[in-house]
Design a protein around this ligand. Sequence first.
Ligand code: GBH
Length: 421
Amino acid sequence: MPLKFPEEFLFGTATAAHQIEGDNKWNDWWYYEQIGKLPYKSGKACNHWEFYKEDIQLMASLGYNAYRFSIEWSRLFPEENKFNEEAFNRYQEIIDLLLANNITPLVTLHHFTSPLWFMKKGGFLREENLKFWEKYVEKVAELLEKVKLIATFNEPMVYVMMGYLTAYWPPFIKSPFKAFKVASNLLKAHALAYEILHGKFQVGIVKNVPIMLPATDKERDKKAAERADNLFNWYFLDAIWSGVYRGAFKAYRVPQSDADFIGINYYTASEVRHSWNPLKFFFDAKLADVSERKTQMGWSVYPRGIYIALKKASKYGKPLYITENGIATLDDEWRIEFIIQHLQYVHKAIEDGLDVRGYFYWSFMDNYEWREGFEPRFGLVEVDYETFERRPRKSAYIYGGIAKSKEIKDEILEKYGLSSL
Ligand code: GBH
């Protein structure tokens, strides 16, 4: 029997501004790329800023009915008091093109990068800087007039962890105390944006949800996994509704707010064991080893995790979207298998009665993968970085077939699917 998805289900792809546009010269990542604090330069990336028409055309011809992308704040406001009208118009054109092609846009307002001038003032570490964020959001409300779905932040806890805990990413600050302060300010920023945008838009937030597996069946490792799950996955979302954010060391009062949907980014699982180190919050988490093959990122493939993440996120009673799910590999047959098996679990979640409204594959095309540069190939569409030529892979067509028919046919399920879930 074919797997049927609801008629209104969104089958899309996802990208982010800095990873595809090219020449994003006014943000913090660009700055650190130039001075060599980051291993790779994004440069022209996929040169999407010039090729947006072709890209949207290709998306439409492949049959996808949704697209998640992000607005680059630093393009609209390259300096504190300078507004870039041309960038505003370009984004508007992108939105118009998507709508003309019956592609539903889901727009992210912040996807890791921030204007350099904003970061020089302390970024989200300083609450008084939220006035700059507000000004951006107000402009965005004009820009996104015809859009329905807006996500305020992409993966706030990844932003916090990478930027302020491990310090692998800008602004390279290593301070657990500052990290949770930033998280609490991101909650305030979400609340401000929600206040400005809700009613006119459906305003959600995108949360990454790595599945936290206990390293052993020892009670203390199980407890550690639960602690990691709460601290990195759920306390942030809980705070949106409760108004209390439970950081590792203390609780922060944040505005009680709301989200009209939750976006879940799901990739892989972590393996967690107990640790005595309070600065590590009494646990050690590393990439789980739960599949024989590893992706180009070194990640295991664990399709059931997408189901677990959806189940847990359903406690908020809000519509859910898988806003990212994907695999970095040169083996495109493996990519097809990855997509089919994860979609099988998404379908199971819908059958269980969860309100899952869409799935966005990461990514539409190969792109700049942050610290890992251009090596990992996440795309349904291959990008030639010399000529910027786009070449759809087989997976792009197979996924397009599913998007168009809203079902996974028997022969595809037999070839690529799991025989039992
Ligand atoms: C998502 O990030 C992003 O939204 C997207 O931009 C990105 O391209 C995509 O996924 C693919 O990676 O704690 O040191 O083990 C996920 C990025 C992956 C960053 C997991 C933090 C944990 C590294 N995150 N990573 S570590």
